[in-house]
Design a protein around this ligand. Structure first.
Ligand SMILES: [Zn+2]
Length: 260
């Protein structure tokens, strides 16, 4: 899918950032001044769809969304009918919440963030994921969000961790803290997608370490951009549990369908 180049100037971006994330979390009532300021912001700098360049949505709660309704509907339809991996009762995490299936145009949203380094895509994904979590209203609700970390070498190569960026937008909208320092990659691993089943099973052994802190959250949401085999989420969850976290739920922007 062709990706529209964001046509947002620096001054406009500053205004949008001031009001897109401000005014408190979704669990707090917003003051009148915020609603007025947000309306002015949407009038002066209306949201622009990151996929088609059309008009974004101004009525996403009290903030705009840089995704038009047509492209959002296309994301909802992505991969419809695809066979999803069956849920296993043997995973160490308690539940999985996936925003979309990893198919066109959802893959464009994620790869444009990952390799195109466009921060607007993180804002869109983080906002939509928060909306999905609110709709699902999981109980019990996590105390914090832990993004899946990159190895230091990969972080230096890419310059940022896409899961951290998405997590900050989701967390702001849900009123949760982000605690990336709770989990780190202990060693660099190969990409799971190119490995056999046997290699996948051992590739992530001891790949993560969790740092025990004086005040460990008992229940966290582990956030990743894409879930493929689920092995990464399992390895990260085991590290968190070993450090004292009692429950881990997994939130992902997209989940790949089962291979035919
Ligand atoms: Zn669009």
């Amino acid at each position: 899918m062709r990706v529209a180049q964001p046509v947002i100037g620096a001054q406009t971006l500053v205004m949008r950032r001031m009001f897109a994330n401000g005014g408190g979390s979704v669990n707090q009532s917003r003051p009148v001044w915020f609603t007025i300021a947000q309306s002015m912001c949407n009038f002066i700098a209306p949201p622009v769809c990151v996929l088609c360049g059309g008009a974004g949505q101004t009525a996403e709660g009290c903030w705009g969304l840089d995704l038009c309704r047509y492209c959002e509907a296309a994301c909802e339809r992505a991969g419809r009918g695809a066979s999803m991996p069956g849920s296993s009762t043997h995973t160490p995490f308690a539940s999985t919440l996936a925003l979309y299936i990893y198919a066109d145009p959802v893959d464009t949203l994620i790869t444009s963030l990952k390799f195109g380094r466009e921060p607007a895509f993180a804002r869109v994904l983080g906002t939509l994921l928060a909306r999905r979590v609110r709709a699902a209203a999981p109980l019990p609700f996590p105390e914090a969000i832990v993004p899946v970390p990159l190895h230091r070498d990969r972080l230096i190569e890419r310059g940022f961790n896409q899961s951290v960026r998405i997590a900050h937008h989701t967390a702001k909208r849900l009123g949760l803290p982000v605690v990336p320092q709770l989990l780190r990659r202990a060693r660099r691993t190969k990409a799971q997608s190119g490995l056999s089943a046997a290699e996948r099973a051992t590739n992530l052994d001891h790949a993560f370490e969790s740092v025990r802190r004086s005040r460990m959250p008992r229940h966290v949401a582990l956030l990743d951009d894409v879930m493929t085999t689920g092995n990464t989420a399992q390895a990260a969850t085991l590290a968190l549990l070993s450090a004292g976290v009692e429950r881990v739920d997994v939130w992902v922007c997209a989940r790949t369908p089962r291979n035919p």
